[in-house]
Design a protein around this ligand. Structure first.
Ligand code: UGA
Ligand code: MN
Length: 329
C-alpha cells in the first residue's frame, strides 16, 4: 500500500513542479498591454511639437501632455495651466484629377499625426464633390470643406494656380475669428502634392509673425532657402528669378493668425500676378524681409519637399466593355 502511494506521488511530482514554476513565472512578468501603445514621434518633445495623438481631442487630451506632467521630477508641484497649443490651419487647394484621392490620402496620413491641426480643404470646383466629401468624412481630422471654381479664363498654362482657393481659405479664417479675440494660431499653405515632415509642424507652430524655412526640390535646384546671418534673413539661395522680393515657394513660410487678422486686405491677386510671384505679392502685404523668422536651424534643414506627381498613364482605359462595378479611385 505504502509503495503504491509512493509511486503515485513520484508520477505526480514533475507535474506539480511544472505547475508551480509556471505560476511563479506568470506573476513575475508584467502583463502585456491589451491595446497597442501610442507611437510617439521622435520630435514630440516639449510643447509646440508635432505630437502623435492616436486619440484626438482638445489640446490637452493628447497622450503627450499628461504623460509629461506625471513624469515631472517634482511630484508635489502644482501643475501650472499651460497656454493653449496654437492651432495650425493648413489651407489646401485641390482639384479633380486621377491622382487626387491618392494625394489627399498621403496628406491626411501626415496631418492626422499632427496635434491641433485644422485642415481647410478648398476644392477648385463649382460644388463640393462627392469624392472629397466622402473622403473628409472618413479622414478623422478637424476640417472645413470649401469650394470655389477658378474662372475659365485663368485656367491656362503659365498663369498662377489656386489663387481663388487660397483666398477662400483666408476669408473663412477671417470670418471665423471675426468676433472673438484671436486664439493662438498659425496659417500654412499646404499644396496637396508636396511632402511634409512632421518636424516641419513643430517648427512652424512657434511662428510669431511670419516664419520661413528651406524647400526641397524646387526652382530647378535640390533646394531653395533663405540665407540667414545673425538670426536674420539677408537674402535667398535660389536659381530661379533671384529678383523676387521673397524668393520662396508657397511651402516655405507660415503666418500667425494674428497677422492674417490684422491685415484683412492681404490676399492673392490675379491682376498683374505671374507664376512664382504669388508668394512675394502676398508676403509684401504683410511683412518685410528683415522681419522674417528663420526656422529649421537657421534655414539649414529641408523639412518639406516640392514633390510633383507624374501624370498617370491611362492609355489603356477601356472605351467599352467597362468594368461591371463602379469603383472610386
Ligand atoms: C507651384 C507652387 O508650389 C504653388 O504653390 C503655386 O500655386 C503654383 O506653382 C502656381 O503656379 O501657381 P506647382 O507644383 O507648379 O506649384 O502647382 P500645383 O501643385 O499643380 O498646384 C498648386 C496647388 O493648387 C495644388 O494644391 C493643386 O491641387 C491646386 N490646383 C492646381 C488647383 O486647385 N487647381 C488647378 O487648376 C491646379
Ligand atoms: Mn505642386
Amino acid at each position: 500500500m505504502k509503495s503504491v502511494l509512493l509511486s503515485r506521488f513520484f508520477i505526480l511530482l514533475p507535474w506539480i513542479l511544472i505547475v508551480i514554476i509556471m505560476l511563479d513565472v506568470d506573476t513575475r512578468r508584467p502583463a502585456p498591454p491589451l491595446t497597442p501603445r501610442p507611437y510617439f514621434s521622435p520630435y514630440a518633445v516639449g510643447r509646440g511639437g508635432a505630437r502623435l495623438p492616436l486619440r484626438r481631442g482638445g489640446p490637452d487630451s493628447g497622450p503627450g501632455r499628461g504623460w509629461e506632467r506625471r513624469n515631472e521630477s517634482r511630484p508635489h508641484a502644482r501643475p501650472r495651466p499651460e497656454p493653449p497649443l496654437p492651432t495650425i490651419y493648413a489651407i489646401t487647394p485641390t482639384y479633380s484629377r486621377p491622382v487626387q484621392k491618392a494625394e489627399l490620402t498621403r496628406l491626411a496620413n501626415t496631418f492626422r499625426q499632427v496635434a491641433q491641426l485644422h485642415w481647410i480643404l478648398v476644392e477648385d470646383a463649382a460644388a463640393r464633390s462627392e469624392l472629397v466629401s466622402r473622403f473628409l468624412a472618413r479622414a478623422g481630422l478637424p476640417c472645413t470643406h470649401l469650394h470655389v471654381p477658378t474662372p475659365r479664363r485663368y485656367k491656362r498654362p503659365g498663369l498662377p494656380r489656386a489663387t481663388e482657393q487660397r483666398n477662400a481659405g483666408l476669408a473663412w479664417l477671417r470670418q471665423r475669428h471675426q468676433h472673438q479675440r484671436a486664439q493662438p494660431g498659425v496659417l500654412f499653405f499646404a499644396d496637396d502634392d508636396n511632402t511634409y515632415s512632421l518636424e516641419l509642424f513643430q517648427e512652424m507652430r512657434t511662428t510669431r509673425k511670419v516664419s520661413v524655412w528651406p524647400v526641397g526640390l524646387v526652382g530647378g535646384r535640390r533646394y531653395e532657402r533663405p540665407l540667414v546671418e545673425n538670426g536674420k534673413v539677408v537674402g535667398w539661395y535660389t536659381g530661379w528669378r533671384a529678383d523676387r522680393p521673397f524668393a520662396i515657394d508657397m511651402a516655405g513660410f507660415a503666418v500667425s493668425l494674428q497677422v492674417i487678422l490684422s491685415n484683412p486686405k492681404a490676399v492673392f491677386k490675379r491682376r498683374g500676378s505671374q507664376p512664382g510671384m504669388q508668394e512675394s505679392d502676398f508676403l509684401k502685404q504683410i511683412t518685410t524681409v528683415e522681419e522674417l523668422e528663420p526656422k529649421a536651424n537657421n534655414c539649414t534643414k529641408v523639412l518639406v519637399w516640392h514633390t510633383r506627381t507624374e501624370k498617370v498613364n491611362l492609355a489603356n482605359e477601356p472605351k467599352y466593355r467597362l468594368d461591371t462595378v463602379k469603383i472610386e479611385v
